[in-house]
Design a protein around this ligand. Structure first.
Ligand code: HEC
Ligand code: HEC
Length: 265
């Protein structure tokens, strides 16, 4: 009888686990909750976002502001439901556990350090470099314009700290997200193709080539297939001066979404 009751309780569990949010702000705050949040994050999130919120194939979480919203309630809903149409899955956990994960996720913003501020660079000069000499716009979008080989920079000022931008420019190979892995291949017919990997399985690889064409190849039919660790983005240490790098940092720091109603910063 007891066993039957336990079984009944187990069967009822999934219903209990579909957490409806009953709080607007995070009710969890203790050190135990934090430790549990970190443990759950490691299991459910670390593989994509990295344990420091800085690496991997998900969006960078070590930043001051999130595109999908910053309030506790918005972040809870995002973590629970995921982002449809992207790699970001939802999680099947109790409400309290999702709040615990959020408690841990909140520490990343502090690690992102100081907010993005212009520093000594000249914003207007940076903007000219971005579309001109630096040819950043060839691969990165800002607003409606630009290329799609690299990540969208429309909100760079919210996504990165100045140091993260400097590092991206000087050592692009140091932290290439999975979504932007470089691929070089030679087809059976001898065509050389270079681009970024969009997706792959054991048989096929889907890429965006340098001209932004989406292409798929049967791996078995290729003459060669390499995914080198370097980025498609050139290292700018030899291409630009230190002052020019600072201009670019200053410009990118100004790129923010104005989500606050009627507000300007
Ligand atoms: C399979 C990979 C994957 C896993 C697992 C994953 N994420 Fe994500 N996450 C992503 C991707 C990709 C995005 C960007 C979605 C988009 O383009 O809007 C994202 C976006 C986010 C964002 C929004 C960032 C922003 O700027 O709005 C947050 C917050 C987040 N994830 C937290 C988590 C947490 C917490 C977990 C674990 C419970 C988790 N993610 C698990 C891939 C993942
Ligand atoms: C040939 C294409 C290309 C050009 C040109 C290019 N980038 Fe990139 N960029 C990429 C790709 C691909 C990535 C993603 C892989 C990586 O992180 O290196 C990237 C990454 C970045 C990142 C880091 C994003 C992150 O999530 O960590 C920043 C910042 C950046 N680029 C800024 C610039 C600036 C500024 C310029 C111009 C001076 C520039 N890029 C020129 C392709 C390019």
């Amino acid at each position: 009888m007891r066993n039957l009751l336990n079984l009944a309780a187990l069967l009822a569990l999934p219903v209990l686990l579909t957490a409806a949010r009953t709080h607007e702000t995070n009710p969890m705050s203790s050190a135990e909750d934090f430790a549990e949040g970190r443990r759950l994050y490691r299991i459910h999130c670390g593989v994509c976002h990295g344990m420091d919120g800085n690496t991997g194939r998900g969006a960078r979480l070590a930043r001051r502001s999130y595109r999908h919203g910053d309030s506790d309630a918005e972040m809870f809903d995002l973590i629970e439901g995921g982002v449809p149409g992207t790699d970001m899955p939802g999680v099947w956990l109790e409400e309290d556990d999702i709040w615990r994960i959020l408690l841990f996720v909140r520490t990343f913003a502090a690690k992102a350090g100081e907010s993005c501020v212009a520093g000594q660079g000249d914003v207007a000069a940076g903007e000219r470099l971005f579309s001109g000499q630096g040819s950043c716009l060839a691969c990165h979008t800002v607003g409606p314009a630009g290329g799609r080989l690299g990540p969208d920079m429309s909100f760079a000022g919210e996504m990165f700290t100045p140091d993260q931008i400097r590092r991206a420019l000087l050592e692009p190979a140091a932290d290439v997200a999975d979504r932007y892995r470089t691929v070089r291949l030679v087809t059976a017919g001898g065509e050389r193709v270079e681009g970024v990997v969009l997706n792959e399985n054991s048989y096929r690889i889907y890429i965006m080539d340098r001209a932004e064409n989406l292409r798929a190849f049967d791996k078995g039919k290729l003459q060669s297939l390499e995914t080198p660790t370097e980025s498609l983005m050139p290292a700018y240490g030899n291409l630009l001066t230190e002052a020019q790098i600072e201009h670019l940092v200053a410009y990118l720091c100004t790129l923010r979404e104005d989500r606050r109603e009627g507000g300007t910063e």
